[in-house]
Design a protein around this ligand. Sequence first.
Ligand SMILES: *Cc1c(COP(=O)(O)O)cnc(C)c1O
Length: 539
Amino acid sequence: MISLDETTTQQNIQDILKVFASVNKAEIKASSALSVTMLDNIPSALTRTSSYLTHPVFNSHRSETQMMRYLKYLENKDLSLNTSMISLGSCTMKLNAATQLIPVSWPAFNSIHPLAPADQWKGYQQIIRELEQWLSNITGFAATSLQPNSGAQGEYAGLLTIRAYHADRNEAHRNIILIPISAHGTNPASAVMAGFKVVVTKCDEAGNIDVEDLKAHAEKHKDQLAGLMVTYPSTHGVFEESIKEICDLIHANGGLVYMDGANMNAQVGLTSPGNIGADVCHLNLHKTFAIPHGGGGPGMGPICVNDKLAPYLPGHVALKNSTKAIHAVSAAPYGSASILLISYAYIKMLGAQGMKRSTEIAILNANYMKARLHKDFKILYAGKNGTCAHEFIVDLRPFKQTAGIEAEDVAKRLMDYNFHAPTLSFPVAGTIMIEPTESEDKAELDRFCDALLQIRKEIAQIEAGQSDKSDNPLKNAPHTQQEIAASDWSHPYSRQEAVFPLDYVAHQKFWPSVNRVNNTYGDRNLVCTCEPVSSYADA
Ligand SMILES: *Cc1c(COP(=O)(O)O)cnc(C)c1O
């Protein structure tokens, strides 16, 4: 197998032709070499005549120095992990250690074609086998497929194995998937893509699955029940106490349980989807297992299954497949294989004890922050003993009434404090969800809490009428360098309050490059839709 890409030169192709020619003892005709390299075998109707990449950015940076400065200029606009913690709940923004990342740059791993003959990538095979084994152990399951490229693709693949399982038992009519209202939007979307009908079930006041409602639905649909999709700990950041009961209930009514593994950072080493009673889960290796994410990928969303579903894991033309395998879900047999090295290194270097410790610290960090914040903010959900899992939701909805302040204002204001906003309005509109992960030390957790507590004071000033309702640091956030340096400053609060609200900020100030750009523009000029889970209710 020969793989060519944009770095291949005409000379490379001539050399390849020479090798084949010498083996066959043949001459290379000058014309045949040329026709390959000049691409004159492409029909003229398909060749480009228009100009392309005409924006100045594509031809302005012509030396390495210029290019470096351009990239640094872009980087400076980005409030990223190299400034402060990114506490995006449900996204597990943890350290992506250099040691884990470096192997991805090695040609031995990044220059091999995904469909190369098996004897050319034996090292990769060893890594893939070991990683499959580890992920099976971690999830308490029998087998793993490293094919899906994202969590959502894992959901799709996992649901297809459930479909295949039922069909194989002459129960192809089982086509209903129950999904609690608190689920991530990808859950119902994947279920519909996999050909199922979605039935949405309720949550109670505390954010837990309403077991009575679930039971009623499971029993009502027991002849058509294919399964349940459930996130554990829940998207509300709580270890759902009835999880085992819930899994039993689904099984008793003929369904299987798909566990959304996005919250595995609260389980690894402590418990597992297999232990809880699920049948299949995906793992977001780009969340729990240290692959960097943001900016759209690439990710990896392998699925792990118990022995019931193992025969149905995705097949691929390049693999030896079980006769019952579902079709491939990705073009390549092991998805974005090169980034598996990151998760491999993460697990290998931490070891079983280290991973368990990471989970414990992640949960401890969330509970520490929750304890620091809970007197000043309403924390939306908690378990029976008042604790959360690895993340928690701060309710900002009351401030709309008392001060005209919305969750978005708090999110923007955090930038003035050098912090990226937590997850906004998921899974509950008007709230923020904070997930510190194990990567952050106490000083950083404290800075973030200090920032939120100081913002709470700013809100209190509006509530007390000491601060203007529309012209205040929250409504005008984030503040740019140009704004505070301008000769006219007309706001009732000081420039210092605007951009250096706490002492630590001055130490290494992050400057947002723009203020708010018509926020709702994107909402009013839709490109695609991502429907809320509730829209699938009774659909
Ligand atoms: C991130 C996430 C997903 C989807 O994973 P992707 O890799 O983004 O496709 C699904 N469910 C939950 C709860 C998530 O947080």
